[in-house]
Design a protein. Structure first.
Length: 136
């Protein structure tokens, strides 16, 4: 599974643009760099850069004790456009599956300890881990 990412520069540029263009208010936007990467590729790069942990071999093929599944809205938001798109009644309820529920992950002592090491080494805010929006 792949995700799209937005770096802080493009995100900041978008926020500035949105603030200065009020005529585009109440619109939906999806901002990303266009890069796609899997977490199986991303985590080893992160670990190597910060040298705080080792990613076990075949990590993303192992059992998933911290997994979670969340059902999405029973009626998708775009169902309102069903008559226009001719998709009315054709879309099943979606769900988000996570190999690792990041809310649960962020509460583990080993994760907190690893963050403390990173924060110390990099001069980062030590409270960032608990302030992050892991559920998002």
């Amino acid at each position: 599974m792949f995700d799209c990412f937005a770096d802080s520069k493009i995100h900041a540029e978008f926020n500035k643009w949105a603030a200065l263009k009020p005529k585009y208010g109440n619109q939906s936007f999806n901002i990303h760099n266009g890069d796609q990467e899997s977490w199986a590729e991303l985590w080893p790069k992160f670990a190597k850069k910060y040298i705080v942990c080792r990613i076990p071999p075949r990590q993303f093929e192992r059992p998933k004790p911290d997994a979670s599944v969340m059902k999405l809205a029973e009626v998708p938001p775009y169902e309102d456009l069903g008559p226009i798109t001719r998709m009315e009644g054709h879309v099943k309820q979606g769900r988000v599956e996570q190999r690792i529920d990041l809310v649960k992950w962020s509460r583990k002592n080993e994760v907190k300890e690893a963050w403390a090491k990173i924060a110390e080494k990099e001069g980062a805010d030590k409270d960032t881990l608990k302030k992050a929006t892991w559920g998002f």
